[in-house]
Ligand binder design. Sequence first.
Ligand code: PAF
Length: 299
Amino acid sequence: MKQSPAAGAASRSPNAEPVVARTVAELRALVAGWRRDALSVGLVPTMGALHAGHLSLVETARSACDRTIVSIFVNPKQFAPGEDLDTYPRTWDSDLAALRTAGVHAVFAPLPTEMYPTEHATTVSVSGLTDCLDGIARPGFFDGVATVVSKLFLQAGADRAFFGEKDFQQFLVVRRMAADLDIPIRVIGCPTVREADGLALSSRNTYLSAAERALAPHLHEELQKAAARIAAGVAASADTCADAVAALESIGFGPVDYIEMRDAETLAPVTGSGPLTRPARLFAAAHLGTTRLIDNIAV
Ligand code: PAF
């Protein structure tokens, strides 16, 4: 859908108050009004605790669509028992202020009971792409993500949705889910935003102590070193990944859940040496104290 200049990003000046929808009915009524005016709609799903990575998704959405919705919902279904559901940062006032400044048109912030009334009984599960990496390290995680994102897609009826490539496996899973369920939405992956020292931005980085924060950029550094070695044909990628795991564990990361090279579309393992015939990515997940960090880069 084309963006009409009159209706585009410029039509909502930064610092104007976004509409806050708390219910699916409110969201649908808002979007129906935009549809009557033939405006295109972009959706940026988030769990709040917004940082510059989220705001870059908003910027991309605003430049591609006439109207931008940001959803803020800490989705209980993607947290396993013992994970950080209760302590996940909830920063409503600063999130709303940032979205106001960013020129977002609407914020969808439902209560858990709105998303999952007691009679809710449906789980969306994507096979194949979830049989590796975080699909193994975090059982149930992608079912939770696919379930909430399919609901958000159907509730918002947006033309496009924007996801950060820091969660690359999530992006692939969501794209597959939308295609398989014939949800008419384009799922767009956007580049990872990093701190100056290379650490990928994440709402969970706030959990890191000062000492852990100093170590954290080594995750990206080891991925870069491994990618360079693989590209230079120095060793089989499986050996290079094992070396990177050992290097991280030797400086205080632990446990490292995985460092693996995989096909960038199918997530099939790429373990040998020699020239790559298809786009591949290196994926990493590692614990640092009580924080779990993930990252990935193209090789
Ligand atoms: O990446 C996230 O913040 C979440 O997994 C998402 C996509 C908003 C679903 O809850």
